[in-house]
Design a protein around this ligand. Structure first.
Ligand code: GLA
Length: 755
């Protein structure tokens, strides 16, 4: 039939052809879409040329920005991961509000220079030699290499280039941003302000910001406040990170539920003066600008030179501030630390600073080493007092020779003894400091930060060596290198016990002197890097009279940090709680010291002190010479217990079930192992009142259907506690512990059974 009807036949054939052609096109489109989707998943960074959109996807996060009609780089989205099919159209700059607020202020830009009519916080401000201070950056080009996106901007007329660098961490979605400024003009220019990045939040009026404040022996207090129109400045002007503010923040929508809701967080990787501004502008836009502190700043960039900023790390969680800190912990351990992704678990160390102070000598340290080894200590550390004429804090810093009276045969006999006891050996140094009463200062009084003819303000009887000077840098590198070459040292406790004053650098031309803020910190990093390369087995702790130099900059070169000189086990609960908002328990050193504590004269049981410290990387700093046999027995048992749970504590996921920051009578932390097959829970009762029982503990992070056995390691569980129950039971029904009295503590563990 069909054959006899040629017209119809042709039509059918045409239709078939058309159908086939359409199917082929659909197939090709489907293929290219799925390959595009696959590409988005695989590379995490993609550029959509038609829409002029950059999209970064990793873990649960999408970060999207684009090039608007003015060639500015404009933020479009930062939040929970979107479908790869979600398309964005080319960004359009925002309209001006009025003649008072031009568009450059109302458009959420990724990086904006001070120019045009900009009134919000600039990322970059430059003065040119001809007096021009206007800078307008526009898109030029970009490159994507693997997981690294570089967007190049340039001033509209001058040869000033700014590269924006983006990298996104596959496992956590933590974004790493920095910029590089290149002066391709023919003359020098002065950078007066420079940030690593600006991040913009979705427009809303209900944000609150969390940040960390403190001082010596009182670090890591969590502050929370509503974001309101205006600016919150977190900063250090001290030349170093500082405990007054730590360079970390988290912002949520005011939910106060630690395990739910949107949280945007950020941390600056810089150990010098820094600033983070959280600004809610006149259009209610919240923007966060993080970078070098512009206070007393001025960086002369010669023709042909470049300046790189520190890294700013930014992350997002839709599961509350609890998950935000777990993401940061994972990022630190798996990506940032020197041995990431598999840094060594922290050994249990002994340090006699609180026991003996400066009074260290061969015989005394050997006696302590024997006692330390008997309880299972793995690393023995000699603190301050072993060098130069160091009898107290008035003399000796700078003279890094072994004190011949205290150690007549050098450090070798002690180190050999420590090794023979099965421990490795660590040593305290404070390389960037000098006492005026030292041979080094008598020889090189010009090596310190100073303004000629002005006072040199001492703190703890010491001055700050100007590490920006190449000769000082060399001196510091060589004395440490020699120390490590000549002795079998496994660990350095690198201290830094004051902040800057009179930050002059008279040895260089006046217009270069303020470079000290950058050159000092970069030299510190370069010394650490070089030492690590030459001595790959040496581990380093960043200490600054406690937690004054803890940041994601120093953590790239150090294995652990000392959060606070305050070792009172009760105070430590809130210090450690605050610390873990930003930093992992895997790097958080925590010593068990004597009771009553020197800090508050508070009396705490040895178990309590151990349980407080066992939430981080355990150390012992007590005077073992005063211990009774039962103390040794107890300590030995608890150190063995710690070793059996340390992998969970140092690598697991931390849940702050009851925060000690909330003035409650209790605090509880739980850490769940990576495989979710075990967890450890530490519960602390500060003070019993009115015979109220300890509130029920609801665990988190377990697999609901797995069966877990519960085991009490310290303290008592309520008599009704089943020995075996499902993850759901432990999370929904909860666990009752039987704690009464003042300063009581308990530790229990869950282990999944094979089903
Ligand atoms: C700082 C450290 C202490 C100790 C002393 C030594 O205060 O934080 O742990 O090392 O210096 O002087």
């Amino acid at each position: 039939m069909i054959a006899s009807m040629p017209g119809i036949k042709t039509n059918v054939i045409k239709k078939l052809h058309l159908t086939f052609a359409l199917s082929v096109i659909a197939f090709i489109m489907a293929c290219s879409l799925s390959s595009l989707q696959a590409q988005i998943k695989k590379t995490s960074i993609h550029f959509f040329p038609q829409a002029r959109i950059f999209r970064l996807d990793a873990a649960d996060v999408s970060y999207v920005f684009g090039i608007n009609e003015k060639n500015q780089i404009q933020t479009l989205y930062w939040g929970q991961r979107l479908s790869s099919e979600d398309a964005f159209s080319t960004p359009q700059s925002s309209a001006e509000i009025s003649s008072f607020d031009p568009s450059i202020n109302t458009t959420p830009l990724e990086y904006v220079a001070w120019g045009g009519g900009l009134y919000v916080e600039p990322d970059l401000k430059i003065t040119f030699p001809d007096g021009n201070r206007d800078l307008t950056l526009v898109y030029v080009t970009h490159t994507i290499e693997g997981n690294h996106l570089t967007v190049s901007l340039k001033d509209i007329s001058r040869e000033v280039y700014v590269q924006l660098h983006y990298q996104i961490d596959e496992a956590t979605g933590v974004l790493r941003r920095s910029v590089k400024v290149q002066n391709k003009t023919s003359s020098s220019l002065k950078i007066e302000q420079i940030a690593s990045a600006t991040v913009n939040l979705p427009r809303a009026g209900d944000y609150q910001v969390h940040y960390l404040t403190g001082r010596w022996a009182g670090e890591w207090n969590l502050q929370t406040q509503k974001i309101q129109p205006g600016k919150l400045t977190l900063e250090s002007r001290r030349g170093t990170t500082s405990a007054q503010n730590n360079p970390w923040f988290a912002i949520d929508r005011g939910s106060n539920d630690p395990e739910n809701g949107d949280v945007w967080f950020g941390a600056l990787g810089w150990s010098g003066s820094w600033r983070i501004n959280v600004e809610q502008d006149q259009a209610q836009q919240v923007r966060i600008t993080a970078g070098l502190n512009p206070f007393d700043f001025g960086y002369l960039l010669h023709a042909g030179e470049t300046l790189k900023t520190p890294f700013f790390y930014a992350g997002y969680s839709h599961k509350g501030i609890g998950e935000a800190s777990r993401l940061l912990h994972r990022f630190e351990v798996n990506t940032l630390l020197p041995h990431a992704p598999s840094p060594k678990l922290r050994p249990v160390l002994y340090n006699s600073w609180e026991a003996t102070g400066f009074d260290v000598d061969e015989a005394g340290q050997e006696r302590l080493a024997e006692k330390a080894a008997s309880i299972g200590i793995e690393r023995f550390v000699v603190d301050d007092g072993w060098f130069g004429q160091r009898a107290n804090d008035k003399a000796g810093l700078g003279d890094w020779y072994v004190n011949p009276k205290k150690f007549p045969h050098g450090l070798k006999p002690l180190i050999d003894k420590v090794h023979s006891l099965g421990m490795d050996f660590g040593l305290w140094i404070e390389p960037e400091m000098i006492n005026p009463d030292s041979d080094l200062y008598r020889k090189h009084p010009d090596w310190v930060l100073n303004f000629p003819g002005r006072p040199r303000t001492e703190a703890r009887n010491q001055l700050v060596l100007n590490l920006a000077r190449p000769d000082v840098r060399d001196y510091v590198f060589h004395f440490i290198d020699q120390l490590l070459n000549g002795n079998q040292i496994a660990f350095l406790k690198w201290d830094y016990n004051r902040n800057w004053s009179e930050p002059g650098w008279p040895a260089v031309d006046i217009e270069k002197q303020k470079k000290v803020y950058v050159a000092f910190t970069n030299n510190l990093y370069s010394i650490l890097k070089e030492l690590r390369e030459k001595h790959p087995h040496v581990e380093i702790e960043s200490c600054s009279g406690g937690g004054s130099r803890v940041d994601l900059g120093i953590m790239r070169y150090t294995d652990e940090v000392w959060p606070s000189d305050n070792t009172d086990a009760f105070d430590r609960l809130s210090i450690q709680d605050g610390f873990t908002y930003a930093y992992s328990p895997a790097v958080m050193m925590a010593w068990v010291t004597d009771s009553p504590t020197w800090v508050n004269h508070r009396t705490l049981s040895l178990e309590y002190r151990f349980l407080s410290s066992m939430q981080g990387s355990l150390g012992v700093g007590a005077n073992l010479n005063k211990w009774q046999p039962e103390d040794f027995a107890k300590a030995k048992k608890m150190i063995a217990q710690y070793k059996s749970i340390r992998e969970i504590v140092q690598r697991g996921s931390l849940y702050r079930l009851v925060s000690p920051q909330n003035d409650s009578e209790h605090s509880v932390t739980e850490t769940v192992s990576e495989q979710r097959d075990s967890s450890v829970t530490f519960a602390f009762l500060h003070s019993s009142t009115m015979m109220y029982p300890f509130p029920r503990i609801y665990l988190r992070g377990l697999s609901p259907d797995k069966m877990y056995k519960i085991e009490s390691l310290d303290g008592k569980l309520s008599a009704a506690t089943p020995s075996l129950a499902s993850g759901s039971f432990w999370m929904e029904h909860g666990v009752d512990v039987d704690l009464r009295g003042d300063f009581q503590a308990a530790l229990f563990r869950l282990n999944a059974i094979n089903q």
